[in-house]
Design a protein around this ligand. Structure first.
Ligand SMILES: Cc1cc2nc3c(=O)[nH]c(=O)nc-3n(C[C@H](O)[C@H](O)[C@H](O)COP(=O)(O)O)c2cc1C
Length: 200
């Protein structure tokens, strides 16, 4: 059985919901998933003024060394000007010790994101996270086209070959749609299956 970490940051809950769907996909495939968020680094007054929600319901990751305990790591962050949020980047900037040891080499990595607008940086945000995972030596699993839900233009929806995604809307009122959550579940399943095969 593969052990998968779903690691996320979320200010308004969209990425948190996607994290739960990724974990569901892992578990539905018969593998183990833990959901953890990274620490909030914004000053309390900034977080309050911007209406950030606390990432309730999930525990904060105890530290970078925890990453080494998993077979696969699925990382989710909302976009900030087309790249991952600084809260998530700050966490990865503390993983130098793991990089030195090659502690994540050969683990499976995958990503997911949320943007306000359709073309607000889904793919670049995915790649900003994938870059970190590649430097750590992870084998990347994307949202392959076996997930047919990312095809078609019949509705506004996220979903990219580079990772699962959702669109929050300019005011954050849009919630992850069923097809977007299905993409996140599919990604979780593919990561778990791949990690299981690689670590047999
Ligand atoms: C400082 C800042 C920069 C942002 N930059 C972008 C952006 O470049 N493109 C975009 O579509 N949304 C942008 N957003 C909107 C967030 O991506 C959106 O609030 C997020 O996807 C919601 O996910 P969450 O509920 O998990 O926080 C930005 C938000 C903030 C606070």
């Amino acid at each position: 059985m593969a052990r998968i970490l779903v690691l996320y940051y979320s200010s308004y809950g969209h990425t948190a919901k996607m994290a739960e769907a990724v974990a569901e996909g892992v578990r539905e495939a018969g593998h183990e998933a833990d959901i953890r968020h990274v620490p909030e680094t914004a000053p309390a007054e900034v977080a309050k003024a911007a209406g950030f929600q606390t990432m309730e319901g999930h525990s904060c990751i105890e530290g970078p060394d925890k990453l080494a305990e998993y077979d696969g790591i699925v990382v989710g962050s909302p976009t900030r000007y087309g790249r991952m949020a600084s809260q998530m980047a700050s966490f990865w900037d503390q993983t130098g010790g793991l990089w030195m040891k090659g502690a994540l080499v050969g683990k499976v990595g995958a990503v997911f994101t949320s943007t306000a607008s359709q073309h607000g940086g889904q793919e670049t945000t995915c790649f900003s996270i994938i870059t970190n995972l590649l430097h750590m030596g992870c084998t990347i699993v994307g949202l392959d086209y076996g997930f047919d839900g990312q095809n078609g233009v019949d509705e506004v929806k996220g979903g990219t070959p580079y990772g699962a995604s959702t669109i929050a809307g300019g005011d954050g009122s849009r919630q992850p749609s069923e097809v977007e959550l299905s993409g996140a579940r599919y990604l979780g399943k593919r990561v778990a299956e791949t990690a299981s095969k690689l670590h047999d």
